[in-house]
Design a binder for this molecule. Sequence first.
Ligand SMILES: C[S@@+](CC[C@H](N)C(=O)[O-])C[C@H]1O[C@@H](n2cnc3c(N)ncnc32)[C@H](O)[C@@H]1O
Length: 203
Amino acid sequence: MIGTAQHWEKIHATKGDEVSWYQPTSTESARLIRACGLVPGASVLDVGAGASVLVDELLEAGYRPTLLEIAEAAFVRVKDRLGARAAEVRFILGDITETELPEAAYDLWHDRAVFHFLTEPGQREAYVRALKRALKPGGFVVLAGFALDGPTTCSGLPVCRYDAQGLAEQLGEGFELVESSRELHATPSGATQSFQYTRFRRL
Ligand SMILES: C[S@@+](CC[C@H](N)C(=O)[O-])C[C@H]1O[C@@H](n2cnc3c(N)ncnc32)[C@H](O)[C@@H]1O
């Protein structure tokens, strides 16, 4: 069976912007990040960043982005696109459930469509441990994935679907659900996918 990293390397190397989750701008993520009111220079981690343009928008807003990603092929595409600006970004290649992140390092943790792939309780526990280690007290979490009426698979892999309350339960105590919203994402092939977005503040 093909491993997780190989699966994603192949997707990023062969599909480019034709992946179902592609967005020309990050719309709802960007809105929720703006709502956090971070100061310029704030440290933002995008987990499972892929080749998303969110990093371009974070740089534009004056934040310090770190991207964590399991597939190097995604980083190749981001670095190509950013050119010299790539020097302002930190890149961490690894699996979020296995990577030891620096302690209390980030003002904001962003994840669009990565947590939903964690179908095993042990993977989700490792993810939340990493989040609790790396996010500063008072920091924010913007977490998004397929909603309860969203697809049951993504990129050929099974996913867990959540509403806002379900995501709050996954994070557990110590996080305040500040707001939640839904987005109907139009894929490049013309399908529609229902996403649940949430914004939390760490207490
Ligand atoms: C559905 S895509 C979303 C990409 C990006 N967040 C966006 O919204 O455009 C999921 C991304 O997470 C990465 N990924 C999947 N599992 C991962 C894991 N366990 N750790 C880190 N990255 C992972 C994949 O390579 C892919 O880039």
